[in-house]
Write a protein that binds this ligand. Structure first.
Ligand SMILES: *Cc1c(COP(=O)(O)O)cnc(C)c1O
Length: 377
């Protein structure tokens, strides 16, 4: 018996051999995207939004890579994400919780040195009370709603907040921020409206640094940059602005294995519901990823995968664990059990597949699931 074989049988090693899909994350490209954004922003600092496991790419690896590129400001959405990320980053790295805190996790947040974004008077009061109990000055960021009606102090809470600040507080405001609702659309009038509202807020709360731009906002120009930008999708290769040339490098590629191939006659039903009936003879392959792996069901009979640059359309409904594709464009026998087809790569961008699925790159990335073998380059 060969003990080396046994030793190599870690789950990771086993999954790598004969994996049904390979999700490749190019950390060097991630680093270059960070530098591209940093140079567009300089001297303004570029932070990084690493919420939802860095848009599905692995928050720890992504954040450590960006730290190496000089990033010191990391934004997550939820406290639990900050708790997971904190040990992976050096002390100089600050972690901000965009949604702020739920009642009950303030003490843990303070003890871990995590910075909440306060979005309302209710969150302000909780954090002030925590500072009082701990008899310490605690840091925070204030987020204002400038027209998205999602998170942040609404206009009617601003006077009370200003009064609380005037009365003295042991909450240290690191900066104030807001979020753009339409930054992906350079032409949108909402950008200017939110900018004007943010200018009013800056007048009401003078002396604070401002953070405003997400990825799309970086490309809206200097006026939107404040002192610290919060790009997310652009770091991961997504297009910051729809309809414009994407200045970012792709970071993710996805290759999925063929499970089975077959030839079918005209009139064959393909997939659930028999929703697709073949018009002529064709050859099909079933690949080992489905909607549970982020190939959304809306891709049924829409969109494609690629093999050596040849488009292989999706046929019939997307199943939970598999998708059937038309391989008639390839010579017989080219694809067999274990062959890999490209879902994301040189022939198909995130935006391409998102367009076919009727969604956005963000939802594709965050939905990719954990059954693929992940490899970091
Ligand atoms: C998600 C998010 C971002 C990052 O947005 P991208 O469009 O991915 O760059 C920035 N700020 C806030 C408040 C967010 O919620």
């Amino acid at each position: 018996m060969d003990s080396d074989i046994l030793v190599s049988r870690t789950p990771t090693a086993m999954a790598a051999q004969g994996a049904t899909g390979y999700l490749t994350i190019d950390l060097a490209a991630l680093g270059r995207n960070y530098q591209t954004l940093a140079s567009m922003l300089a001297p303004v600092r570029a932070g990084a939004v690493v919420k939802a496991d860095a848009y599905g790419l692995g928050a720890e690896r992504v954040a450590a890579t960006l730290f190496g590129e000089g990033c010191r400001h990391f934004f997550v959405a939820q406290f639990v994400e900050a708790v997971r990320l904190r040990p992976a980053l050096a002390r100089e790295a600050q972690i901000f919780v965009l949604n702020g805190l739920q009642p009950g996790n303030e003490i843990a947040c303070a003890e871990m040195g995590i910075v909440p974004v306060l979005n309302s008077l209710a969150q302000w009061r909780q954090w002030s009370e925590t500072a009082r109990i701990l008899q310490r000055c605690l840091p925070a960021v204030l987020q204002f709603d400038t027209g998205m009606s999602r998170l942040g102090f609404p206009p009617e809470e601003r006077a009370a907040l200003a009064a609380a600040l005037r009365n003295g507080t042991n909450v240290e405001i690191l900066f104030i921020m807001s979020h753009l609702a339409s930054a992906d659309d350079i032409e949108s009038g909402q950008n200017g409206e939110q900018f004007a509202e943010m200018s009013r807020i800056a007048d009401e709360f003078p002396g604070f640094d401002i953070s405003f731009a997400n990825s799309g906002g970086v490309l809206l120009g200097d006026a939107y940059h404040g002192v610290l930008a919060r790009p997310g999708i652009a770091l991961y290769g997504g297009a910051p602005n729809t309809g414009e040339k994407n200045p970012m490098e792709p970071v993710v590629s996805l290759d999925v294995a063929v499970v089975q191939t077959r030839a079918v006659p005209a009139g064959a039903k393909v997939g659930y519901g028999g929703a697709h009936v073949t018009l002529g003879e064709m050859r099909l392959a079933t690949i080992a990823a489905g909607y549970a792996d982020g190939l959304q069901r809306s891709l049924s009979d829409r969109g494609a995968v690629y093999f050596k640059g040849i488009r292989l359309p999706i046929v019939g409904r997307v199943s939970m664990d598999s998708v059937t594709i038309d391989i008639s464009a390839l010579p017989e026998g080219v694809l067999t059990l274990g062959s890999l087809v490209e879902v994301l790569g040189p022939n198909q961008t995130l935006e391409d597949i998102a367009g076919d699925a009727g969604t956005i790159s963000y939802e594709i990335l965050t939905g990719l699931g954990d059954r693929y073998h992940r490899q970091y380059r």
